[in-house]
Design a protein around this ligand. Structure first.
Ligand SMILES: Nc1ncnc2c1ncn2[C@@H]1O[C@H](COP(=O)(O)OP(=O)(O)OP(=O)(O)O)[C@@H](O)[C@H]1O
Ligand SMILES: [Mg+2]
Length: 262
């Protein structure tokens, strides 16, 4: 069911430390809207995973984080788990479970207790993510990319309001990189979820994200539409690359081609 409230995730003046080291420094006002895919970009060590972990409630934070106007730190662990789906970078799933079982389990853990509905929902998801041929295989027997697709399904099967995926396409072949991102943006749009995806592939981000947050050394460098944010000058400054950025007039997808490292 589509919800009319479209507030989404709001961040205000957020700092995050690990031990005594401040990793993210006063991120200003940022919003990820319902119905949109937001790409979280930045070079290695910029703080992308730290930000997602902080939003998921896995790290202490200073500042404000709210979802649809409700402060996240006022939610119980159970409420938070029901609303937020988080796929960590390079997640290792429990090896002995079968793919289909693992989806049912993730759904029950998120508080969905109607077994018939759970079965139907998992079957739909297996179909949508082309997981049917793997459904009764053990997780430990899958390839890296197959495991990554199952992990995406495990995050999604919970039907979270806010879905965060940390580099979900890093192990996927080109077909699945495209189809998973197409599917995630459709999932955002059709179910009015907030979807935040950390990515290194700038072309994929430009093509699929409505909105981009660009981090560099723990600070926000820019946010806005991919076209506004991903300019050659900014890619030079943040990624230390010379890049060609193409936004074709004929409506074909944008391309960001790294020419050489500086
Ligand atoms: N467990 C940890 N303990 C201490 N420092 C950490 C820890 N994890 C990450 N860091 C530091 O925090 C900073 C941000 O790391 P983070 O993992 O958030 O970057 P990232 O943008 O996700 O990078 P990548 O693209 O490589 O995944 C880095 O300087 C890193 O060294
Ligand atoms: Mg990371």
């Amino acid at each position: 069911m589509i919800e009319v409230n479209a507030e989404g995730l709001e961040i205000r003046d957020l700092s995050v430390s690990r031990g005594r080291t401040r990793i993210l420094d006063s991120l200003p006002e940022l919003r990820a809207r319902r119905g949109e895919l937001t790409a979280l970009l930045g070079p290695n060590g910029a703080g992308k995973s730290t930000l997602l972990q902080a939003i998921a409630g896995l790290l202490p934070t200073d500042g404000e984080l709210s979802l649809d106007g409700k402060r996240l730190n006022e939610l119980s662990a159970r409420q938070r788990a029901a609303r937020i789906g988080y796929l960590p970078q390079l997640s290792e799933a429990g090896a002995m479970l079968e793919v289909f079982e693992s989806l049912l389990l993730a759904r029950r853990l998120a508080g969905h207790h109607d077994d018939d509905a759970n079965l139907a929902h998992c079957e739909q998801l297996v179909e949508a993510l082309t997981l049917a041929p793997l459904a009764s295989q053990r997780l430990g027997q899958l390839s890296g990319g197959q495991r990554q697709r199952v992990a995406i399904a495990q995050a999604l099967v919970r039907e979270p309001t806010l879905l965060m995926l940390d580099e979900p396409t890093s192990a996927l072949d080109l077909h699945f990189q495209l189809s998973v991102l197409e599917w995630l943006s459709r999932e955002a749009r059709e179910h009015q979820r907030v979807v935040i995806v950390a990515l290194h592939d700038l072309s994929l981000a430009a093509r699929h994200a409505a909105h981009v947050w660009l981090l560099h050394t723990g600070r926000l460098v820019a946010c806005g539409s991919p076209r506004e944010v991903l300019t050659p000058a900014r890619l030079r400054e943040v990624y230390a690359i010379e890049a060609r950025v193409e936004w074709p007039q004929d409506g074909s997808p944008p391309a960001i081609i790294a020419l050489h490292a500086l």
